[in-house]
Design a protein around this ligand. Structure first.
Ligand code: MHQ
Length: 264
């Protein structure tokens, strides 16, 4: 006769017939992107939550403000490059990204890694006092004064604030990060069709997750953020050009190679 075990197998088969294969595929895409995000998030959310009231003292802020522009740019470029490296690792762990040709992977990272860093910034942001986790403690905009581009810093902080207001879950943030990265509108893609298909899957995964979370309305708010991200990254590159005009040797010999490759 038939044992209970066989019955269970039959039920599982039946279950999978009820779902269209594409739905199982979407669940898989969701799970792998969320896992990639979790494994490469640099800081865990609980870690950041526990530290959110650890602020720099007045003296420490003053020490950062007294650094030369040169020194502060070098330091921030280093911190930013660390963060970018985690984003590169995130990308490499997404199946839909890994399957693209090397040229297109590089194009997507060149155009999107800073955008993903800015999405990730909202995890490390405390909206109650407008501070971000930087170098072990929480810092306000004034700490970055010596960079000489407070307009960029203010815009970046405003963005983090507005993204925090959406109160994304880690899963939603992971899928939004993948959406920002896998963008088939980037110039110089060799296999645009494949990037489009990979993007469609991420879009489905994101809308599926938002639907399940009863937050379908978030999708258009997230798409609005994409254009802000692009303008922030352009502003960052513009500021870097401005800095390089004054300190070409610093950029040339003291900035991390990956930073130069991506932004200079
Ligand atoms: C990441 C952790 C993280 C690390 C570094 C002018 C210039 C070179 C940069 C943080 C702009 C200055 C960055 C360091 C400023 C906007 C940069 C400098 C999430 C992102 C986060 C918090 C970065 C956010 C942006 C910062 C503060 O897991």
């Amino acid at each position: 006769g038939m044992s209970r075990g066989d019955m269970r197998v039959n039920y599982e088969l039946e279950d999978s017939f009820c779902y269209p294969t594409s739905m199982m595929r979407i669940e898989e895409v969701c799970a792998s992107i969320v896992r990639s995000h979790r494994e490469t998030s640099q800081y865990r959310l609980e870690e950041l939550q526990a530290l959110r009231w650890k602020l720099f003292s007045r003296e420490e802020v003053h020490a950062y403000q007294s650094k030369s522009m040169d020194e502060m740019w070098q330091y921030c470029a280093l911190r930013l490059t660390d963060a970018v490296q985690y984003v590169v690792e995130f990308a490499k762990r997404i199946p839909g990204f890994r399957q693209l040709c090397q040229n297109d992977q590089i194009v997507l990272l060149k155009n999107g890694s800073m955008e993903v860093v800015l999405v990730r910034m909202s995890r490390a942001f405390n909206t109650e006092n407008n501070t971000v986790f930087f170098d072990g403690k929480f810092a306000g905009t004034e700490l970055f004064k010596s960079l000489g581009c407070i307009d960029l810093i203010t815009a970046v902080f405003d963005f983090a604030h507005s993204l925090c207001a959406l109160r994304l879950t880690e899963q939603q943030a992971a899928l939004f990060s993948a959406l920002v990265l896998i963008n088939s509108d980037r110039p110089c893609l060799e296999e645009r069709g494949r990037v489009e298909r990979a993007r469609k899957e991420v879009e489905l995964a994101l809308s599926h997750t938002l639907h399940r979370d009863n937050q379908d309305g978030l999708i258009h708010k997230l798409y609005q953020k994409v254009s802000v991200l692009k303008s922030l990254c352009n502003l960052h590159i513009e500021k870097l050009r401005w800095f390089r005009q004054q300190n070409p040797l610093t950029v040339h010999s003291l900035f991390p190679p990956l930073y130069k490759e991506l932004f200079a």
